[in-house]
Design a protein around this ligand. Structure first.
Ligand code: PZK
Length: 322
C-alpha cells in the first residue's frame, strides 16, 4: 500500500487507501506539531484566537513516527475523542467548539478533504504544564517504578503486585512534560503543587480520578479495560470571565490510553494493548534497531492495525462507521 501525500486543496477524492501523513493548509499558520497531531492557529495575529486541532494518520511506535500511516487513524481517534468529550461533559467542560468543517473559519474551507472527520476547532487555553495520568492497573512506567521502589509517583503500593495487576484503587501519577521528544518524567503530587499551586493541584487530581471512574466503568461495560490514561487540562475564561479548567487535547484515545480487551486480561506479564500489537510484533520481527529512520509497514500490518482501531471505535461508541 502506498501513502501518497494528499494535495493541499480539494482535487479528487481522498480514497480509502490514502493515509494523511502531513497536513498542508496553504497559508494557514502551523501553531504546533506533535508526533501524530498538528495544531493550526485560526488567527495568528490574535494571541487568544481559537486553534484547529488535526489528527493525522501518522503512527508512532518505540518513540518513532513510522514511514507508513494507518488510513483513517486520525478520523477514528478524533471520533473516539469526540465521543468521550460528550460523554464527560457533565463532569468537566472541554475545549471543543465544533468538529463540523462548515463551521470552521473560511480560510480552512479549501482544505475540507484533509480536515473532514479528523479536526476539532478548539478554544485556546493556558495549558497546565503537567500530564495528568491515572492508573487503575500496573503497567508501563508504573510497573517499572513499582519494581524499583515499591511506589509510583511517591504513592506507596502493597507489596507482591504483578505486572498488569489491578490496583487496590486508581492512582493519580502525574508526569512532567519533556519538550524535546524525550519521555515524560513521573513526578510527585508535591511537585504538581509546586508547578500549579495547591488549589489547582487538588482540582486536577480530583478531576482526573473522577473522569477515570466514569470512563473506566463505561469501558468495562463494553468489554474493554481502561488500564491507564493521560489527560491534559488548561484554563480559559468562562462566560462571566472566571478562569475555568477545561479538558483539552485528545481524550481517551488508544494513543493516550492503554486499552486492554477484557477477555484477554491475564496479570503476571505484559498485556498486549488493543491497537499497536501487530505493529510492534512486526518491528521486533525485522530487528529494527529503533533508531531513525523508522521503517514502513507491510500492507497487511497496516490493514490489520486499521481494523484494530476500528474495532476499538465500534466497541466504545456503538457505531459501525466513521
Ligand atoms: C495545546 N498542545 C499539545 C497537541 C501538538 C501539541 N486548547 C489548547 N489551547 C492551547 N494550547 C493547546 C491546546 C490544546 N489541545 C496542546 N500544545 C498546545 C499538542 C497536539 C499537537 F503539536
Amino acid at each position: 500500500m502506498h501513502n501518497p501525500t494528499v494535495t493541499p486543496e480539494n482535487k479528487g477524492p481522498l480514497t480509502m487507501q490514502e493515509a494523511l501523513l502531513k497536513t498542508d493548509l496553504g497559508d494557514n499558520k502551523l501553531f504546533a506539531t506533535g508526533k501524530v497531531r498538528d495544531i493550526y492557529a485560526v488567527d495568528p495575529a490574535n494571541p487568544n484566537s481559537d486553534l484547529l486541532f488535526i489528527a493525522s494518520d501518522r503512527i508512532s511506535a518505540f518513540d518513532h513516527v513510522l514511514g507508513s500511516g494507518i488510513p483513517d487513524k486520525g478520523r477514528i481517534l478524533t471520533q473516539i475523542s469526540l465521543f468521550w468529550f460528550d460523554f464527560l461533559k457533565s463532569v468537566v467542560p472541554n475545549h471543543v467548539i465544533t468538529s463540523q468543517v462548515e463551521e470552521f473559519p473560511a480560510s480552512f474551507a479549501p482544505f475540507s478533504r484533509q480536515l473532514e472527520g479528523r479536526t476539532m476547532l478548539v478554544r485556546r487555553a493556558q495549558m497546565f504544564p503537567v500530564e495528568c495520568v491515572v492508573r487503575g492497573y500496573l503497567s508501563g512506567s508504573g510497573w517499572k517504578d513499582y519494581q524499583a521502589t515499591g511506589a509510583v509517583c511517591g504513592i506507596k503500593l502493597p507489596s507482591g503486585l504483578r505486572e498488569s495487576d489491578r490496583l487496590p484503587k486508581p492512582i493519580f501519577t502525574p508526569a512532567a512534560k519533556i519538550n524535546t521528544g524525550g519521555h515524560d518524567e513521573n513526578i510527585s503530587f508535591d511537585q504538581v503543587v509546586e508547578a500549579v499551586g495547591e488549589e489547582y493541584a487538588h482540582k486536577l487530581r480530583d478531576l482526573t480520578l473522577a473522569i477515570y471512574a466514569k470512563a473506566s466503568a463505561y469501558a468495562a461495560s463494553k468489554g474493554v479495560i481502561l488500564a491507564d490514561t493521560k489527560f491534559e487540562f488548561g484554563l480559559a475564561p468562562d462566560q462571566a470571565g472566571t478562569p475555568t479548567i477545561l479538558l483539552a487535547d485528545e481524550v481517551l484515545t488508544p494513543d493516550s490510553s492503554r486499552y486492554w480487551p477484557a477477555d484477554q486480561y491475564a496479570p503476571g506479564g505484559p498485556t498486549p494493548s488493543f491497537d499497536k500489537q501487530f505493529v510492534r510484533d512486526y518491528l521486533e520481527s525485522i530487528h529494527w534497531n529503533k533508531q531513525a529512520p523508522a521503517p514502513s509497514l507491510p500492507d497487511d500490518v497496516v490493514s490489520r492495525t486499521r481494523e484494530k482501531y476500528m474495532h476499538a471505535f465500534s466497541l466504545l461508541t456503538g457505531r459501525e462507521n466513521l
